[in-house]
Design a protein around this ligand. Structure first.
Ligand code: AHG
Ligand code: MN
Ligand code: MN
Ligand code: MN
Length: 332
């Protein structure tokens, strides 16, 4: 069957042809991510066999214990991006500062910056539950040929030119957008090729799933508590089903396919929520909007937030449009 489907490589080339100004650099960048995804997938699959479970012994800038796979995935994606001359800088969850990439002949000659969460859902690694990678791509705003600056990374989400994720799940998928809809590709591990399996992914307008870490209920704002009670009420098509994996990528992926809403609110313990704006909320919000859903921090669209720090956090509410609209009636 799979030989009849479009491969990710073919899809990238076909898409590139539709941009008359395209130089092929974005395609090359996507190919770098595709390659790193396959390498990480290979390691994730055998993590239990090769001593890749557990802590690396280090703590990242967020104060989180780094897992060995966090470190491995981070190195792999950075190396793959460095090997091509397209990216001038990278922000990663696992690096305190942004990384400057120097071009071969000129200083930092790449056109793009990438912001990433190399391994999302770290706490699920050791228990064999799906994890992911999230990425966000911008055109730099400083001139090509000069070193990348922090302001190249501090652009609002609506300036993204590409975003996506890889979910290392029951099968491994790469899902991405370059602003013309969302497409999903499934890896055939036997031959190491991603095939277009989910063309034009869209959120069902309605859904029956809400995803939230309800253990934090007592710390949530009253408005969110009331919305959760609403989800649990016996009325019309409720109560909704509660599903929470604890890997943003996997929770989002399920909701996009089945319909649902994802909540990571601010709380009395995390005043800006937990998720990181630049490499978790923004790429997820770009995908959400491209798939016909809504992504908000409760007050404004995620994509309109102007960031001030590379590791800043934001509350995130995203998913099926009618569910997020209902939720906003409680919050706003
Ligand atoms: P990461 O593993 O990249 O640090 O991200 C963890 C995030 C996200 O993946 C997940 O949805 C969320 O944290 C889970 O947080 P809680 O355990 O607080 O629910
Ligand atoms: Mn982490
Ligand atoms: Mn994450
Ligand atoms: Mn992570």
């Amino acid at each position: 069957m799979s030989h009849q489907k479009t491969t990710l490589g073919e899809f990238i080339i076909k898409n590139q042809a539709s941009f008359s100004y395209s130089t092929g650099e974005l395609s090359s960048l996507l190919n770098a991510l595709r390659l790193a995804a396959k390498v990480v997938n290979h390691e994730v699959n055998k993590a239990g066999l090769v001593d890749l479970f557990g802590d690396s012994g280090d703590v990242n800038v967020q104060g989180e214990q780094q897992q060995k796979l966090d470190v491995f995935a981070n190195k792999t994606f950075i190396q793959s991006l460095k090997n091509r001359n397209i990216v001038c800088g990278i922000v990663s969850e696992e690096n305190d500062e942004f990384i400057t990439i120097k071009g071969q002949d000129k200083e930092s000659n790449g056109k793009y910056v990438v912001l990433m969460d190399p391994l999302d859902g770290s706490s699920n690694i050791d228990v064999n539950v799906s994890v992911g990678t999230i990425f966000s791509i911008y055109r730099r705003i400083t001139p090509i040929g000069t070193p990348v600056e922090e302001k190249d990374f501090l652009q609002p989400g609506n300036a993204q030119i590409g975003a996506g994720y890889i979910v290392y799940g029951t099968s491994t998928m790469l899902v991405y957008t370059t602003g013309d809809g969302v497409n999903g590709f499934t890896l055939n591990p036997a031959i190491g090729t991603f095939y277009l399996s989910h063309p034009n992914m869209t959120f069902p307008e309605e859904g029956k799933v809400y995803s939230v870490n309800q253990g934090n209920y007592r710390h949530f704002p009253d408005s969110v508590k009331k919305y959760i009670k609403y989800c649990q009420q016996e009325e019309e098509d409720r109560p909704y089903t509660q599903r929470y994996i604890g890997s943003l990528v996997s929770d989002f992926h399920r909701n996009m396919i089945q319909g649902g809403v994802y909540l990571y609110p601010n709380s009395t313990v995390n005043k800006d929520g937990k998720l990181r704006l630049l490499y978790e909320c923004n790429p997820i919000a770009f995908l959400t909007e491209q798939a016909g859903g809504i992504a908000t921090d409760g007050q404004v669209d995620i994509l309109d937030i102007v960031p001030s720090q590379i590791h800043e956090r934001a509350p995130l509410y995203c998913g099926s449009s009618s569910m997020v609209k209902k939720l906003l009636e409680f919050i706003k």
